[in-house]
Design a binder for this molecule. Structure first.
Ligand code: ARG
Length: 586
């Protein structure tokens, strides 16, 4: 041990000697690359820790509400886990908590009649509380519209070639007074079954959020049309999004909005030709050009206000496609929401056991080993054909369910590894023979796929969003009839999560940096897989750790060994962190 410590302190230079091990140090460029990659891993670890703690806090909040113990809250209490179940929230009608389509006070009537996205007008804060951003691997690709506490409506074409829900996140509308926007995970993506990527026919998809929004918060749902008719031609409606400022132009840094009149089916068809299927598409805008939605606005809202004593915004269109942006004679095309109202209602009210469990649900579930598929909540779907509780069938159903869970785990793991490997190769400029890219996206649609460059760039970069194992059950899974019996255990769970993640959550943002100072490989220790035993000295936020690992010394073996080394570094930091005493500030 002593020579090793001396070596690490740099007092002893590695030296070849007969019969003695020969050491070599990784060069500074490799250390820098490792550090850069390690810092990314740290940031991802922090995000996922924060997410786990937030989720537990939200669960507790739900339960507190259930118990009528909301007196000291700072935010509105959410709908309780008992009724209605957040994951099965219906269309907003009398049963949906809070009114739909209400803009935040102070943001109403600020939009001038001819504000424009192309040419630019920023939306005032709080103007579009239902507008969300959909991110693939952390990269914003599309807009979306909150239509119920746990449901976002968007364009189906946003998911062409990337329908794995583990990779998507949704950023909700930001709160007032600089409150940051909340990013939530996606539980399920439900594209319209008849979406045609060639013609953009039925360009609509529902996205179920893993965590429903809190009623009364910054994000609130828009109203859906109650009848299948739209307002009369000529009605001026609103569009909004973060899309491009002009065709092939830069994205808007802030949310933009514009007002556009609805055009008749006849005008639309004349302007856009046979591509416009009036049964499912409507068009809006100015034939003179200049005001329009653009790339990146897809999935966002076209809302018209419904007058009355208490006016509200109703969603009539979802941004779908266009011929250029703001070109004269080429209005923008929107999916007609009103004609899909039955499909939307059906999807949002479907009982959880009527469809196959999502990977998110399966990864959040801890199988107990008991072969009772009926009790194993997410697996109920598979045992729906079991007559009574026929043992053999129940057993088979559970097996099927576990198999799917296994595939989900692999999928999540594969994405994490891909990301780590890709990152390591990028930073080091290494290209081991095989290309490690996820499957290519299908042929692009005929017009304006959603910011293809961004999508492809992402597709080759792997994902940061996936890979986590979810251990927290959804907020609806509590025992106890009144929702109060689980309170103590939820508090305990939150405290435990905070303590487990304190090591990373307590590092100040600016010090969340992994710094590899030295990697010393023992040249006499080559393993069968071509790796060498190594001692690593690294720092996190100024705190040093030393740990042992395996490292490759050729480009290919090195790239292969890096992900494991990074994970070991994470572990070393975690166990070196000072234990958190109960009562310490979080
Ligand atoms: N397809 C585009 C997107 O994916 C939306 C285009 C809208 N274009 C228009 N000219 N209105 O973001």
């Amino acid at each position: 041990m002593l020579p090793l410590v001396l070596l690490l302190l740099g007092l002893l230079e590695p030296r070849p000697a007969q019969g003695l091990p020969l050491y070599t140090r990784l060069p500074p460029t490799t250390l820098q690359a490792l550090s850069a990659q390690g810092t990314r891993v740290l940031q991802a670890a922090r995000r996922s820790a924060q997410w786990a703690v937030n989720r537990a806090a939200l669960e507790l909040q739900h339960s507190l509400h259930e118990c009528g113990d909301c007196a000291n809250r700072t935010v509105a209490c959410p709908a309780g886990p008992g009724s209605p179940k957040p994951q099965a929230t219906l269309l907003q009608d009398a049963s949906e908590p809070g009114p739909c389509g209400k803009r935040h006070p102070g943001s109403v009537n600020v939009t001038r009649a001819h504000g424009r996205i192309v040419g630019g007008r920023a939306a005032p804060p709080g103007a579009w509380p239902w507008l969300v951003r959909l991110q693939l691997g952390g990269q914003p690709l599309c807009g979306g519209v909150l239509v119920a506490a746990a449901w976002v409506l968007t364009a189906a074409h946003c998911f062409a070639g990337a329908s794995n829900e583990l990779l998507w996140t949704v950023t909700l509308a930001a709160g007032h007074r600089g409150k940051p926007a909340e990013e939530v995970r996606v539980n399920r993506i439900v594209p319209h079954p008849e979406f045609d990527p060639q013609t953009f026919h039925n360009d609509l998809a529902l996205v179920q959020l893993w965590t429903p929004v809190i009623p009364g918060g910054a994000a609130r749902p828009v109203c859906l049309p109650q009848v299948s008719r739209e307002p009369p031609v000529g009605t001026t409606c609103a569009i909004a999004g973060w899309g491009a400022l002009f065709e092939d132009g830069p994205e808007a840094a802030v949310l933009r909005e514009a007002r556009v009149p609805l055009l008749s089916a006849h005008t639309c068809q004349r302007a856009l030709g046979a591509g416009l299927h009036a049964s499912t598409m409507l068009c809006a805008g100015y034939l003179a050009g200049g005001i329009d939605s653009c790339q990146g606005d897809s999935g966002g809202p076209l809302t018209c206000s419904e007058p009355g004593p208490s006016p509200r915004e109703v969603l009539y269109g979802v941004t779908s496609w266009g011929d250029g942006c703001g070109e004269p004679g080429k209005p923008g095309v929107y999916t007609r929401v009103a004609v899909f109202k039955d499909w939307l209602q059906e999807q949002m009210s479907a009982s959880p056991s009527s469809r196959e469990p999502s990977c998110m649900e399966l990864l959040a579930w801890e199988p107990s080993g008991e072969p009772r598929a009926d009790a194993a909540q997410p697996c109920a779907f598979y045992s729906r054909l079991c007559p009574g509780s026929e043992r053999a069938c129940v057993h088979l159903a559970l097996q099927q369910c576990l198999q799917r869970r296994g595939r989900c785990e692999l999928r999540a793991l594969a994405h994490t590894l891909l990301d780590l490997l890709r990152g390591a190769q990028d930073v080091l400029g290494l290209h081991p023979g095989r290309r490690l890219a996820p499957p290519a996206s299908p042929a692009p649609p005929p017009r304006e796929p959603p910011r293809r460059a961004a999508r492809e760039q992402w597709l080759h970069a792997g994902s940061r969003a996936a890979g986590m194992r979810l251990r927290n059950p959804g907020p609806e899974r509590h025992e106890g009839k009144d929702g109060c019996s689980g309170l103590a255990s939820l508090k305990q769970k939150l405290a435990k999560l905070e303590a487990t993640h304190a090591w990373i959550l307590r590092v100040p943002e600016e010090r969340l940096v992994m710094d590899f100072q030295e990697v010393l490989a023992d040249l006499g220790s080559k393993t069968l897989s071509g790796l060498f035993r190594a001692w690593v000295r690294a720092g996190l936020g100024g705190h040093p750790v030393v740990f042992g690992g395996l490292v490759g010394l050729e480009p290919e073996t090195l790239a292969r060994s890096l992900p494991r080394l990074l994970l070991q570094a994470l572990r070393a930091f975690r166990s070196a962190a000072p234990a958190r005493r109960p009562g310490d500030p979080g």
